[in-house]
Design a protein around this ligand. Sequence first.
Ligand code: SF4
Ligand code: SF4
Length: 358
Amino acid sequence: MKDAQYSVLRKEQFDGFISRLSKLQRVVAPVARGYNNYSFEEVSSGNGISLKYIPTILPPKKYFMPQRETLLEFDTGRGLNSEAVVECEKMTIFGIHTCDLAGIQCLNMVFTERPRDYNYLMHKRKINIIGLECNEYCDEYASCALVNASTPSGGYDLFFTDLGDRFIVHINTQIGENIIESTKFFESAGKSDLEDLTELRAGKRTLFTKEVPVEPRYIPELFDRSYNSKVWDELGERCLACGNCTLVCPTCYCFDIKDEMDLGLKSGRRNRIWDSCQLESFARVAGGENFRKERSLRQKHRYYRKFRYPVEKFSRFFCTGCGRCSRTCMAGIKLKDTLNLLIEEFEETVSTLMEGNY
Ligand code: SF4
Ligand code: SF4
């Protein structure tokens, strides 16, 4: 396959494409759920799919790492008998925005580290990914341009860009090629399709600007200087410790393991359940000690897990700028506000970090 291979799908063929694909395998896509709320759900036609949507309530990580997943079944009545459980269904997720593609790339890095997480990897192997470009800025909570997640950078099988009367589709993998061939709705892309794509991306560069006045490469330094900032105390006073900001985050992956016994107390299962560093119980250890008891410490930890520690370990931010944490927070804690406060607090020392002053 050539490096950059494109096809075109006419808008009037979209419904037929999704219908045919859903007959081959389970398809999930963003659908509207109440006012300005969206959710990835199973679809059987293109009609109900929201082609323009702000980030879904939960990111597509729910398919790669379900909220509750059985990892192991055991039966002590038959000796130390235990069996690993890896249950994944083949499926295609249609319509993943670039911020969520970046989120999946982050999770891939975490779960392919040794020891590898075979449950996650099996989900990943069975899920086909079709991305969908955001031509417009989502809302005031988004900061995808700041973290370089507003344009596609891989991590998909096919990637759709809306060109008005048609989609131009980048084919990135053999799986993508197979989807194109098996559904039979696509045409080859011509020169004018590629020119329209180039024009659209150029327009986006002016529309999607850096949302916080700091050069991304200086963000780790900003955090190095902010460890003892009073901003963390202020966030700690407001935070309700509900954990929502982490549960909706496409890059948060912390989990708890809980054994569940059957009534006979001999057999049962070991489940993995999402957890959150914002809950007081998260950092409680044997003896009742808690090394992040204060909410301010937990808030600080959340931000450092996005903008500082992963840069050290994975050479990238673990924030994709989706804005979900800010949209969902009942206490009105907003990620961009926090970054702005940190910048303001160190205004004098960080003047060199401001755009244009370096
Ligand atoms: S969503 Fe808001 S209130 Fe809830 S834990 Fe996160 S920052 Fe605190
Ligand atoms: S920290 Fe907030 S904006 Fe960043 S990826 Fe997580 S939910 Fe999205």
